[in-house]
Design a protein around this ligand. Structure first.
Ligand code: ATP
Length: 208
C-alpha cells in the first residue's frame, strides 16, 4: 500500500513530515510519495518556483527509506489537477493499492475542485485531522453520508457508497505560511523544518 501526499510544500516542514510518518505507521504504508504541485488552480499566493519546492522536498526526505518524491506534477508545464495526478499514479503503480492523503481543510474544500466526485470514486482517501474529529464539519460536506469514529481513526461513508478514513494525527501548528512570513520579517525558522531545507532557503534567497 502506498500513500500519495500532494501539496504545494512551499516550503516543506516538520508538520508535513511528521504527519506522513504517523500515517505510514497507522495505515501500514510501504511508502509515502510526496507530490509537489506545479501551479494549483486554487492557490492564489505566489509560489516559489516548482524546481525549488521540489528540491526542498527531495532534500527533506533524502535519507528516509519510506519516503519518495514524484515529479509527476512539477515536471509538467500545465497547471496540475489532482484527478490527472491520480490517473497517472494509478497507471504507474498498476499492481498496488494507492491511498490519496489530504488534510481535512482540503477535503472540505473539495466541492471547488475539478472533477471532485471522480476523485472520490477513483481512489481511497485518507483525511488527516487533529483530534477531536470535527464531526459537524465533516457532515457538512456534500459528499458525506455518515461518520463513525473508532479510536485513532474514523470511517466516513460517502454518498457514492465508498468510505474514506479520517486519521488522528498529533496536532502540530507549523505552517508554510508562517515560515514564509518569518523569513520575510527576518525571524528564525530553526526547528520548524529540516536544517538542509533552511539552508536551501537562505542560499537561494527564497521568500524574501
Ligand atoms: P500554506 O501555509 O502555504 O497554505 P499548507 O501546508 O496548508 O501551506 P500544503 O503545502 O499544500 O499547504 O500542504 C499539504 C498538506 O499538508 C495539506 O493537506 C495540509 O492540510 C497538510 N498540512 C500542512 N501543515 C500541516 C501540519 N502542521 N500538520 C499536518 N498536516 C499539515
Amino acid at each position: 500500500m502506498i500513500g500519495l501526499f500532494g501539496g504545494t510544500f512551499n516550503p516543506i516542514h516538520y508538520g508535513h513530515l511528521r504527519a506522513a510518518q504517523e500515517l505510514r505507521g497507522l495505515f501500514h504504508l510501504e511508502k509515502v510519495v510526496f507530490i509537489p504541485a506545479n501551479n494549483p488552480p486554487l492557490k492564489k499566493e505566489a509560489l516559489a518556483p516548482s524546481r525549488h519546492r521540489f528540491e526542498m522536498v527531495r532534500l527533506a526526505i533524502d535519507s528516509h527509506p519510506g519516503f519518495e518524491i514524484s515529479d509527476c506534477e512539477c515536471g509538467c508545464e500545465d497547471a496540475s489537477y489532482t484527478i490527472h495526478t491520480i490517473r497517472k499514479m494509478t497507471e504507474q503503480y498498476a499492481s498496488r493499492t494507492l491511498y490519496f492523503i489530504m488534510g481535512l481543510d482540503a477535503f472540505l474544500d473539495m466541492p471547488k475542485w475539478f472533477k471532485a466526485e471522480e476523485i472520490l470514486a477513483s481512489i481511497p482517501i485518507i483525511v488527516m485531522a487533529r483530534p477531536p474529529i470535527p464531526m459537524d464539519e465533516i457532515l457538512e460536506s456534500p459528499y458525506v453520508h455518515d461518520v463513525e469514529v473508532d479510536g485513532k481513526a474514523g470511517q466516513v461513508r460517502l454518498k457514492n457508497g465508498k468510505y474514506l478514513s479520517v486519521a488522528h494525527i498529533t496536532p502540530n501548528d507549523i505552517s508554510s505560511t508562517n515560515i514564509r512570513q518569518a523569513v520575510r520579517e527576518g525571524r528564525t525558522i530553526k526547528y520548524l523544518l529540516p536544517e538542509c531545507v533552511q539552508s536551501y532557503i537562505i542560499t537561494n534567497e527564497l521568500y524574501k
